[in-house]
Design a protein around this ligand. Structure first.
Ligand SMILES: Nc1ncnc2c1ncn2[C@@H]1O[C@H](COP(=O)(O)OP(=O)(O)O)[C@@H](O)[C@H]1O
Ligand SMILES: [Mg+2]
Length: 338
């Protein structure tokens, strides 16, 4: 049986990590530039950022496939740079990897794929068989043990990928765009699975993603990278509560207008947060109506006990400043849409 580990200790720690790729005849590429980050055990942490931000480099450094140019990386308290080759192999066994397209071996069955890391680790045969069966049950594929990847759907293949990554009882699961190749419904199933794997085993999960829905749905904390720098980091609840921050606007964007034709009225974006049981929404909506504003569109998202509301109001041009003043006094962020 895999046993859950105590939650809360720091599982992944990066201290001032810098990674420079030298290029002949050109400027060096600074892929990571002073990254300091601590991820507690049992947390699901999202890393987001545009292409080229340094996300994959960060994952490669965590698996020790790459060495940082400077700075320290500790996984479960161990400095990866200080390990002997055999210690490093042992440390790598505590890290499971989940890839975008699952990356299964086509010539092996689901069970064979899950058994693969156990064979590499020379796990006792009987123990390995037991573990494979447990992992197949974990991901809901107990009846597909003998299926080959070509006989499985994309979502099922990714389930096998997760089972394989968990087979050797890792402390950390690194997921590089685990749902990017999947449709929305399958994505949600895989996200629920990752969450239940974390809940069952207490594994620390790092997810690289460009999908903000992944952050909204399962991440406890999130880091936004840009050109090798951390732009924002924190618990998802804190990040989305800062409604005007760029990352909050990405995680929960202002709603698209239901009708583009506003009849010459100005558009005002309003954002506010509420905790459970606080009837802020109805109060603000009533106030908006009182001020002569129409609600054109709205989104309400609840993330970790924080409800974030974003409304698009239309108001007559002449009352814009009055509406903004009153909505601001009521504790919202209100601004004319650019
Ligand atoms: N092996 C490499 N050699 C040179 N430059 C690289 C290498 N790997 C990544 N880079 C550069 O480092 C930067 C970060 O890349 P990467 O970590 O792949 O970003 P992301 O995964 O966020 O798209 C980019 O400018 C990329 O071109
Ligand atoms: Mg990448």
């Amino acid at each position: 049986m895999l046993t859950p580990r105590p939650m809360g200790d720091i599982m992944i720690e990066l201290q001032d990590v810098r990674k420079v790729y030298p290029r002949p005849h050109e400027d060096d590429v600074v892929a990571l530039d002073g990254i300091t980050l601590a991820i507690p055990s049992g947390e699901i942490h999202g890393i987001v950022g545009e292409s080229g931000a340094g996300k994959s480099t960060l994952i490669r450094c965590l698996t020790a496939l790459e060495k940082p140019t400077s700075g320290r990386i500790l996984v479960d308290g161990k400095d990866l740079a200080m390990l002997s080759p055999s210690q490093l192999r042992a440390a790598r066994r505590t890290i499971g990897m989940v890839f975008q397209g699952a990356n299964l071996l086509d010539s092996r069955t689901a069970a064979g794929n899950i058994a693969y890391p156990l064979r590499l680790a020379k796990t006792d045969k009987e123990e390995a068989r037991r573990r494979v069966a447990e992992m197949l049950r974990l991901v809901g594929l107990a009846d597909r043990a003998r299926s080959f990847p070509s006989q499985l759907s994309g979502g099922q293949r990714q389930r096998v990928g997760i089972a394989r990554a968990m087979a050797d009882s890792p402390s950390v699961l690194l997921c590089d765009e685990p749902t990017s190749a999947l449709d929305t419904e399958t994505t949600d199933q895989i996200l629920r699975l990752l969450k239940s794997v974390r809940d069952t085993y207490g594994v620390t999960v790092l997810i690289i993603t460009h999908e903000m829905g992944v952050v909204r749905k399962i991440c406890d904390s999130v880091t936004l990278l840009d050109h090798g720098h951390i732009v924002a980091t924190g618990s998802v609840a804190d990040v989305v509560s800062d409604v005007t921050s760029p990352l909050a606007r990405q995680i929960i964007p202002a709603p698209a207008l239901d009708t583009e034709d506003t009849g010459g009225r100005a558009i005002i974006d309003v954002a506010f947060t509420a905790r459970p049981g606080q009837p802020v929404g109805s109060r603000i909506i009533a106030l908006a109506a009182e001020l002569g504003a129409d609600i054109n569109a709205g989104t309400f998202e609840t993330v970790d006990q924080v409800q974030v509301a974003r409304l698009a109001l239309t108001v007559p041009q002449e009352s814009v400043s009055d509406v903004i003043t009153q909505l601001t006094e009521a504790g919202t962020v209100a601004e004319v849409r650019a």
